[in-house]
Write a protein that binds this ligand. Sequence first.
Ligand SMILES: O=C[C@H](O)COP(=O)(O)O
Length: 307
Amino acid sequence: MDLDLSWVRAVQANTSAIERRAATLPGRRSVKKNHQAAWLCKAISLIDLTTLSGDDTEGRVRRLCAKARQPVRADILDALGMQDLTTGAVCVYHDMVETAVDALRGSGIPVAAVSTGFPAGLSPYKLRIAEIGESVAAGAEEIDIVITRRHVLQGNWQALYDEMREMRAACGEAHVKAILATGELGTLRNVARASLVCMMAGADFIKTSTGKESVNATLPVSLTMIRAIRDYEAHTGYKVGYKPAGGISKAKDALTYLALIKDELGDRWLQPDLFRFGASSLLGDIERQLEHHVTGAYSASWRHAAG
Ligand SMILES: O=C[C@H](O)COP(=O)(O)O
């Protein structure tokens, strides 16, 4: 849609109320036993299994892709009565897209590429746009772009909108997730306004963080972004996805996020086309909890290294 500046400027965020509500979230719902195992399997299906390290190698990416295809040991899955469980996607740097596409061939699992000068988003603008095209050509079906934080900090909503529009266009058929890097946006009001502008400009998902900021996904930020998504749907009828990312590494945190989404947006958002966790180490803890559910014993975390 066109940029509606009056709507953007009208958006407010009551930080103390959001923080108070966020503080109650971890204790609000408690799912146990089989229900917990089912929710954890659901969480796995929503993970963008990620490796974004300077020392990534083809071998590491292929191992990660094997893990995406079979995220939980076969005997644990059998005991749970589960079949055909995979992660939502595999997320890598551009350089690793071809390797991941090759390793995931036939699985139906999409490859997501972080793009536009990830994580800071400060490389020359033309190169950032070109990078999207390169990753799409290499086979990425999802592109995680980073926005220019400066536009938000200076309240330059037009510039943010124009940038997001151009990045959206460069993605073509690929799904685009807009990474706000919320830890660098200063206020929750900025987070709410940036979320809205990116949605107006055509983002399929809004995503909290690169995982490289000093503060990444938090519950107050999630509540702010989720409510922006809810308002956007109420005004336009258009559903935008949500991806919390960075620092989500425990099964119980995943359950809190899923309960939050269920409460605020409803079951429709608990599907991979509208919700993802961006996480490099969450899967290992979930698999460990599922093994405990099935066997009654906790295994050492090193036994679940990949993911
Ligand atoms: O987008 C995904 C994040 O970079 C993953 O962050 P993490 O390594 O803290 O799980």
